[in-house]
Design a protein around this ligand. Structure first.
Ligand SMILES: [Zn+2]
Length: 228
């Protein structure tokens, strides 16, 4: 919002410069010619400051469409919180949250940036970047209708491969990223215990109770390997 105001200010400076060249500045009889370097500078600054909000808006729309698809077409509306939004958010300590009734998914600052960074270089994804992928899938599972955290997280684990592909990650990398999250990030939740244990179940594994046997499951091949 602040960026948008700054951007509008620069566009107004540009507009004023052009207007003065046509009708003259207030108090002057003759129009003053446009000072081109100034006009170019203010218009460039206007575009520069408009870029972050426009880019975020576009990314939110992109994530909303993908989250809706992950949620089996329950409509998801993703919002990337700014630092200010996050400070005012009653659930500021959670990296994301979702309301299955409204389909609204709030992603806290700076997790949308983390997810953007992941999508720029998925083959070199850090553990935090893989968590940002899982967070989007997890919140989409809430929109799909599941509220139990352990079940939600297990549904996400099985769909992270699908999610990464939907977001444009190449097939092999998407599979590896999803498996890495399952083998490292997810297992760690179980080891840490406490709050993290709410998101973990030892039944979330190939062939166990929470296995949904999805054709494109993150662990699909592991399952066929373990079956006789
Ligand atoms: Zn949750």
């Amino acid at each position: 919002m602040l960026w948008m105001l700054v951007s509008l200010f620069f566009f107004w400076c540009g507009f004023r410069e052009i207007r003065n060249s046509l009708v003259g500045a207030p108090g002057y009889d003759l129009p003053t010619p446009v000072f081109k370097p100034y006009l170019v500078l203010v218009l460039a600054l206007g575009v520069l400051f408009a870029w972050p909000p426009v880019h975020t808006w576009y990314f939110q729309r992109f994530l909303s469409a993908k989250a809706t698809e992950l949620a089996d077409n329950h409509r998801a509306i993703v919002h990337c919180n700014t630092t200010f939004d996050t400070m005012l958010d009653p659930e500021m300590l959670a990296s994301g949250h979702a309301n299955p009734r409204t389909g609204k998914i709030g992603i806290q600052h700076p997790w949308c940036n983390t997810l953007m960074a992941y999508l720029r270089h998925p083959s070199r994804a850090s553990e935090t970047e893989l968590e940002s992928l899982d967070m989007l899938t997890h919140e989409s599972m809430h929109v799909r209708g599941e509220m139990n955290e352990a079940r939600t997280e297990c549904e996400a684990v099985q769909r992270n491969y699908r999610a990464a592909k939907l977001l444009g990650v190449p097939d092999g990398t998407a599979k590896q990223n999803a498996l890495d999250y399952y083998n490292i990030g997810y297992q760690r939740r179980g080891e840490i215990g406490g709050m993290q244990a709410l998101y973990y179940s030892d039944q979330c594994a190939p062939g166990k109770a929470m296995d949904e046997h999805l054709a494109d499951s993150t662990w699909a091949e592991l399952e066929s390997q373990s079956d006789p």
